[in-house]
Design a protein around this ligand. Structure first.
Ligand SMILES: *Cc1c(COP(=O)(O)O)cnc(C)c1O
Length: 223
């Protein structure tokens, strides 16, 4: 018998093109539900709190790829640096430097995405296109040998207006293409576009997403 989580997962997987990675966002849901998804073949999970990730990583199989998708505080990087597979929401040079430092200590290169602020809301984290361009033109990040910038991440405006959402994703995609043909033209690893959640992943894929972060459509509403 399949569980509800497994049925949701399989239904969503059937709709995703093969080049799109599904990050199952398990934040606030118990390890047992992650295990159900794992048993249905899911290996990539997203969490947004360091302590919660730590606890789950201890309980669950070692071949899970843990993605950190939330806002990451500089002083907490050290806890996840040894094993995190991808940090989605890098939103400052200071954070990038600390990830580099902790990657060095852990003896590894940590894959990261830069978070773009494309939504209308004031409260969301992330670089504006201008800030991000400036950060990348100023070459300091190139000297950080223990982080690798593999793409961009964003969240669209929180609105039922599908055209607004589409325009936000498109802004991110256009900027991604610009970076890929300029700053990162020699780096094939700059390849990831992390956009799309339960409510908007179809639109996101239409606007070039290669990685969708889906929580409630798999695991149900969060408490
Ligand atoms: C919680 C969260 C998601 C998943 O949201 P759903 O609407 O439950 O799919 C995706 N991305 C980020 C950054 C999140 O914090």
């Amino acid at each position: 018998m399949k569980t509800e989580v497994q049925e949701n997962l399989e239904r969503i997987r059937r709709t995703l093109p093969p080049h799109v990675t599904l990050v199952a966002v398990s934040k606030f849901h118990p390890a047992g539900m992650i295990r159900e998804a794992y048993d249905a073949g899911q290996r990539v999970f997203g969490e947004s709190r360091v302590q919660e990730l730590q606890e789950k990583a201890r309980l669950l199989p070692a071949d899970i790829e843990w993605h950190f998708i939330g806002h990451l505080q500089v002083n907490k990087v050290k806890y996840i640096a040894p094993y995190v597979s991808l940090i989605h929401a890098v939103d400052s040079l200071r954070l990038l430097r600390e990830i580099d430092r902790q990657g060095d200590r852990a003896g590894r290169v940590i894959p990261c995405l830069l978070q773009l602020h494309v939504a209308r809301e004031e409260t969301k984290f992330g670089f504006s296109v201008e800030e991000c361009r400036r950060l990348l033109q100023d070459g300091e990040w190139r000297s950080l040998r223990h982080v690798r910038i593999e793409g961009l991440m964003c969240m669209a405006s929180n609105t039922p207006d599908a055209e607004r959402v589409r325009a936000d994703f498109r802004t991110a995609r256009v900027f991604f293409e610009e970076l890929r043909s300029t700053v990162f033209s020699d780096e094939a690893t700059f390849s990831k576009c992390s956009w799309g959640m339960s409510g908007d992943y179809g639109t996101a894929i239409g606007e070039g997403s290669t990685m969708v972060r889906i929580g409630s459509s798999i695991f149900g509403e969060r408490a």
